[in-house]
Design a protein around this ligand. Structure first.
Ligand SMILES: NC(=O)C1=CN([C@@H]2O[C@H](COP(=O)(O)OP(=O)(O)OC[C@H]3O[C@@H](n4cnc5c(N)ncnc54)[C@H](O)[C@@H]3O)[C@@H](O)[C@H]2O)C=CC1
Ligand SMILES: O=C([O-])CC(=O)C(=O)O
Length: 265
């Protein structure tokens, strides 16, 4: 299987490293806005066979396109690939919270006769929640808690002084749709849980900058016809990007390998 990876940052570079030399999967293309020295160095180390390009050319036809780049990459790369019939796996799930984007993704996949898989990323329990939805859900509440540093460069900076926080500070309370729009690099999990469960407008989200944690802590509580569930993930942040949990990388690699092996789990 020959794949294209979109993005070569904290997730993309780690994905290339884990897929390096894999018998069943070859990375043929890495899509980046600019081929920097850092990108060249990463490819030389982990994917020397791959070509770094700004976009797929008409003659490039990967078996799968793997998005780990950010919300803008959905419109720029994933939609055109889907329309061409290339299946996709997507990490930037919050992108589907933008007006008309979920419909655009669906229409592109239908037009291409293919499918897009929304990854579980940094959270677990998506399988249980999506199954529970079939029976009917009454409530889903997601609480995301990250060290203050992980909220730099976000609207949280206008709500508190991140550097001097002494205790947990609630920087956001509202719908998953709003969370995903305001915090595109920190609230993909909120979008994932809501798309699996009660939808972007009916899932309650609370986000905290918390000097008392050094991991990215995700808590989900759900109730419905199935019973109830509660889950806490304490994800180790990636050194290259403290906003992102390492599990996200493993989730991408799992999805890729599941496409390439006889038994998927
Ligand atoms: N579903 C989940 O649980 C999670 C999802 N994410 C998503 O993954 C994204 C990437 O995360 P990181 O690797 O940590 O970020 P990063 O900032 O370390 O790397 C992003 C990479 O994507 C590239 N890029 C940016 N815009 C692009 C575009 N339009 N087309 C092609 N490449 C583009 C950048 O040049 C960079 O190489 C986040 O922005 C977020 O949307 C991140 C963490 C968890
Ligand atoms: O990686 C994480 O811990 C979660 C994350 O950034 C997101 O939900 O966007």
């Amino acid at each position: 299987m020959k794949i294209a990876v979109i993005g070569c940052g904290a997730i993309g570079a780690s994905v290339l490293e884990l897929l390096k030399g894999h018998a069943a999967v070859q990375v043929g293309w890495v899509l980046v806005p600019e081929v920097t020295d850092a990108v060249r160095a990463t490819l030389a180390l982990h994917a020397p066979q791959a070509r770094a390009v700004p976009a797929l050319a008409a003659e490039d036809r990967p078996d799968l396109i793997v998005e780990c780049a950010g919300h803008a990459a959905i419109e720029e790369h994933v939609l055109p690939a889907l329309r061409r019939g290339i299946p996709a796996v997507v990490a930037s799930i919050g992108a589907l919270s933008a007006p008309g984007m979920a419909e655009a993704v669906q229409a592109a996949a239908e037009a291409g006769g293919t499918q897009v898989q929304l990854l579980s990323g940094a959270i677990g329990g998506v399988d249980a929640l999506a199954a529970a939805r079939i029976g009917g859900l009454d409530e889903v509440v997601y609480t995301g808690r990250k060290p203050p540093l992980a909220w730099t460069g976000t609207p949280a900076e206008q709500r508190c002084d991140l550097a001097s926080l002494q205790e947990a500070f609630c920087i956001f309370e509202g719908s998953a749709r709003e969370a995903a729009q305001l915090y595109p690099k920190n609230a993909n999990v909120a979008a994932t849980l809501s798309l699996a469960g009660m939808g972007l407008d009916r899932t309650t989200v609370r986000l905290y900058a918390d000097p008392g944690v050094d991991e990215n802590v995700h808590h989900v509580a759900a109730r419905g016809a199935f019973g109830s569930m509660e889950l806490t993930m304490r994800g180790k942040p990636l050194e290259a990007n403290p906003k992102t949990s390492a599990l996200t990388v493993y989730s991408v690699v799992r999805a890729v390998l599941n496409q390439a092996t006889a038994i998927a789990i």
